[in-house]
Design a protein. Structure first.
Length: 243
């Protein structure tokens, strides 16, 4: 089961210890599952570092625009950089198909009842890419503002995509994932007026929860603000190659 929310995520059953009574056993399962995840994430990070691949873990609620953002980024930047995407969803290969239509490689992971990606899933996806040629690996996590925050995937940056359709108060209602993120992409700003979205209030909440993160205000659909995001990506790739 998922050690975060108790759902039916796969891969955790191996850690059960029958000798414990139920409650202790669940505690033990949680500890061991996180240790195993962190161990794999450590090795992934080493491998990405060695190869100079910039890795971004995109987290958000369902439908915030992660795939749209990746499609636009692929179309705008694939002549400059070799990019690939690992797509996480519970069911369907829709997002991987959308990414492949832009001409870059994508690998779909279906988590079924699972609510987040784990480092082991990323590790198993890697052989399907030409890592020697890769500059940027995007990981689109399962749409969920709670569980993905607990799982290190070996990424350099966690990018939280928040859309204005979700309301201004998400940073203070789900602080965990906002605290653990490095970049906020406030998406769908083309809808701010229609929704009477209080952007000042949202900026204030984002700063209060995590003043360290950089925020980009974009419309992935219309292209507004996307140049700033591309410039940030360029500098992050350059920095990663230097290490
Ligand atoms: N108005 C507007 N709509 C957008 C924008 N970005 C994405 N959308 C729309 O929002 C919907 C969801 O977008 P997706 O890119 O599929 O969102 P997602 O985060 O990948 O969704 P999941 O993978 O299901 O979590 C689609 O109808 C997009 O066209 C935007 O900037 N403005
Ligand atoms: Zn969970
Ligand atoms: Zn998607």
């Amino acid at each position: 089961m998922c050690s975060t929310c108790g759902c039916g995520a796969s891969g955790h059953d191996n850690f059960e210890h029958d000798e414990h009574d139920h409650d202790v056993r669940i505690l033990h399962t949680m500890e061991t599952a996180f240790d195993k995840n962190n161990h794999i994430a450590f090795h992934l990070r080493e491998e990405f570092k060695e190869r100079g691949i910039l890795v971004l873990n995109l987290v958000s609620s369902p439908g915030s625009g992660k795939t749209t953002l990746l499609e636009k980024t692929a179309l705008a930047m694939s002549t400059e950089y070799k990019m690939a995407v690992i797509e996480g969803d519970q069911e369907t290969a829709n997002d991987a198909e959308r990414i492949k239509n832009t001409g870059i490689s994508a690998y779909q992971i279906n988590t079924l009842s699972g609510c987040h990606l784990e480092a082991g899933m990323v590790q198993r996806a890697l052989p399907s890419f030409d890592l020697d040629a890769l500059d940027i690996l995007f990981i689109e996590n399962v749409g969920n503002l709670v569980c993905p925050s607990e799982y290190d995937l070996g990424e350099d940056y966690r990018v939280l995509v928040l859309s204005v359709t979700e309301g201004e108060d998400k940073p203070i209602k789900y602080p965990g994932i906002f605290i653990s993120s490095d970049i906020f992409l406030l998406n769908k700003i083309d809808l701010v007026d229609i929704l009477e979205f209080d952007i000042e209030k949202c900026r204030k909440y984002l700063k209060r929860i995590n003043s360290r993160a950089t925020t980009f205000e974009v419309s992935a659909r219309k292209g507004t603000g996307m140049d700033e995001w591309y410039d940030w990506l360029r500098s992050a790739v350059a920095q990663k190659k230097q290490k």
